[in-house]
Design a binder for this molecule. Sequence first.
Ligand code: B1M
Length: 222
Amino acid sequence: MSDTLERLMNCVELGKISKTSLFPPSLKGQDGADELCKLALDQGINPQVILNQALIPGMSKIGEKFSQGKAFVPEMLISAKAMTAAMKHLKPFFATGEIKRNGVFVLGTVMGDLHDIGKNIVAMTIEGSGWEVIDLGVDVKAEKFIEAIDKYPNCIVGLSALLTTTMVNMEIIVKEIKNKYPDKVILVGGAPLSQDFCNKIGASFYSPDPQGAVEFLKKFAA
Ligand code: B1M
């Protein structure tokens, strides 16, 4: 792997956003994900290669550490920001179709629930793993999910809930989606959920963390 890609991967894993970022102190004054992604493009490295060999592995590494209890939410957030800083340079290539997407992932926090920090991390991690993410935001009603599915019939749907009170709404949303689209694959997550709850409401898969969601989605990649 080129030196630039290796440094870029480390910046995503360690959360080094740009040259001016003070975190992590060990990389103070050095180029961050922002500069290195631009440099990689200037060096003629294919955007798909940048995504697959630097950005996705960087996010995977921090995601794995998080799953193993070796990294925590602030580290995930800062890695996600570094990834976003790099992704902005690749966005134009996604738009022109130069980068192949794995598919469309429609995501939202369920109605009544305003928590979006975890959902945003899931969105960025999944986007970073090569999916087009349609983020419907927070407090999303069943109709809005269904409208998005109408528009992207082959999409996979993701629902997030952080409150025991809104888990009930998740069940309603799953039922309404399944009424119209019985075979729709629906992934659920959020701190109060469990595998039992996922089974009970008829969702397809439960992941306690973004990395699990990424692994699950690999089965459906185009
Ligand atoms: Co609220 N809140 N909150 N809150 N809040 C909790 C969730 C709570 C546990 C705090 C507590 O009492 N200890 C509690 C819920 C209790 C319960 O129902 N079990 C609670 C409550 C009660 C409330 C209010 C009702 C408080 C009130 O007003 N009386 C209110 C509800 C508002 C509403 O939603 N209608 C409320 C409001 C808020 C704020 C607005 C102040 C703020 C949200 C800001 C925002 O999101 N923009 C807030 C916050 C920040 C929290 C805590 C402190 C942190 C949540 C968080 O962001 N965690 C939280 C307590 C806590 O968790 N310590 C709490 C970090 C985030 C990275 O983790 O969201 O779990 P998480 O996401 C993880 C995984 O769950 C998973 O991956 C993510 C990344 O690892 N994941 C998925 C999430 N979605 C996924 C989807 C997937 C797959 C994985 O696939 C689709």
